[in-house]
Design a protein around this ligand. Structure first.
Ligand code: 4AD
Ligand code: MG
Length: 428
């Protein structure tokens, strides 16, 4: 007998055809006459019914929520059943009888985090995981179509990309080593052979901030392009994000709705995105009563306030040099600013992408390193990229969980991935 998936059973005629499925007991309800077992597999859930007096009834009485089972029966259309079909059971085999499942309705967030290894099988989590997979798939689709080559940089590194304060140190055979905060420097090395590259990899930040948007480990979608400037990378970024949004809105309208998100909002995301200068963003913020001096980077609070004015993602460009990392190229027309941009998601979500043009001549990068009082010995190989055929180039990093948090209208970033890592969460 061939195993069917629930999705295919639901798509059938429901005219009494045979079906064998396997999965887990999602719900159970029982009277003296009949047992209703809702079975879940990797595709959907289906109601199965077992009548008293039939051979499988004793097993149906015994089976517990989340037990794994094999079920054989006939499919009948039934408007009362979820999905419009029910499977009338002829054979039921318990593969693994579950202990009393510790998750019931209305559990606290803390408990669901402690039991994350069990909670990931829930319908809401499965929904997010499927949508998340599509975000990565759509990203690759976009990059591959545009001639970017996927590359695989290392996660053990020796030089900070985003400043020393959020580096995780790791013991490495007596040498100094860290977990990478961004693959950017390695992508910069790889463009010299490949011109346009991207990677999908974890990044790590020893973030001591307990916000709704900071993880200590996050999946980072990063890209780098040779012969490209700030405007060029902003175009790549907005095309990428628009493509992801179109894909999700088309493929997941029901899932978005189930999360309380209007799919039309996501379907409406189209390039080009609005661009506002850092200076203008400070004016807007001050106009809204936020006390922020010129020169400071925008933090969680400022971005929340600023993005309330917008319905679509937008860029903030030309940040003050003092607010950003040393690798950003100074604006030749105003050296107090750098040629960078952050993409901010609307409705309070804030930064989802950071990127811009890189300092690419040896003279410029040396002067930035000296200004920031960094140790050049840490950056020798990075400097070589400027010594041996440097070219203007630009790139960006997109935080996948940040993007998903906004697309799905989530309050907390932890809901955007199966096993979130934060300052106070490393188990399970
Ligand atoms: O703005 P960031 O720090 O920029 C970089 O790392 C660049 N080197 C990227 C590049 O140009 N290749 O980080 C980029 C993005 C942010 O916009 C945000 O979406 C995400 O990474 N991110 C985080 N996501 C979750 N938790 C954190 N702690 C994050 N820190 C950054
Ligand atoms: Mg940033």
């Amino acid at each position: 007998m061939e195993w069917l998936q629930v999705r295919d059973v639901l798509a059938g005629d429901g005219a009494g055809e045979k079906a064998c499925i396997r999965g887990w007991i999602h719900r159970k309800r029982q009277s003296k006459k009949i047992a209703f077992l809702v079975v879940r597999d990797g595709t959907d859930v289906i109601q199965t019914t077992v009548r008293a007096g039939t051979e499988p009834f004793p097993e149906a009485e015994k089976v517990t929520i989340e037990s794994s089972v094999e079920v054989e029966g006939t499919v009948h259309a039934d408007a009362r059943a979820p999905g419009g079909k029910e499977l009338r059971v002829e054979k039921l085999r318990i593969i693994g009888l579950s202990d009393t499942f510790p998750i019931t309705r209305d559990q606290s967030t803390e408990l669901l985090m402690d039991l994350r290894h069990l909670w990931v099988r829930s319908v809401p989590m499965n929904r997010v995981m499927r949508l998340r997979a599509a975000v990565f798939q759509a990203s690759r689709e976009y990059f591959d179509t545009m001639g970017f080559v996927e590359v695989h940089p290392p996660m053990f590194i020796t030089a900070a990309c985003e400043g020393g304060s959020t580096l995780f140190k790791v013991p490495y055979f007596g040498k100094k080593a860290y977990l990478t905060q961004s693959s950017q420097f390695y992508l910069e090395a790889l463009i010299t052979g490949l011109e346009r590259v991207y990677c999908v990899a974890p990044s790590f930040r020893a973030e001591k901030s307990r916000t709704t948007r900071h993880l200590t480990e996050f999946w980072h979608i990063e890209a780098e392009e040779a012969f490209c400037g700030l405007e060029g990378t902003m175009r790549t970024q907005e095309d990428l994000v628009a493509h992801i949004c179109q894909t999700i809105a088309t493929r997941f309208p029901e899932e978005l709705q189930a999360m309380g998100r209007d799919p039309e909002v996501i379907a409406g995301v189209k390039a080009p995105f609005e661009r506002i200068s850092y200076d203008k963003s400070i004016d807007i913020l001050q106009g809204r009563g936020v006390d922020i001096p010129w020169g400071a980077d925008l933090g969680t609070k400022e971005e929340r306030e600023l993005t309330m004015e917008f319905e679509q993602p937008f860029f903030v460009y030309h940040y003050p040099a003092e607010a950003k990392a040393f690798y950003h190229r100074l604006d030749p027309e105003d050296s107090s600013k750098v040629l960078c941009a952050d993409m901010l998601a609307p409705e309070g979500h804030g930064e989802i992408v950071g990127g811009g043009e890189r300092t690419w001549t040896i003279e410029e990068i040396m002067s930035r390193i000296n200004e920031e009082e960094l140790d050049t010995t840490d950056y020798e190989w990075y400097l070589d990229l400027r010594r041996y055929g440097g070219v203007p180039h630009a790139g960006f990093g997109l935080g996948a969980a940040r993007l998903i948090k906004w697309i799905c209208g989530m309050e907390h970033i932890r809901d955007a991935l199966p096993f979130p890592r934060t300052m106070n969460r490393i188990y399970p």
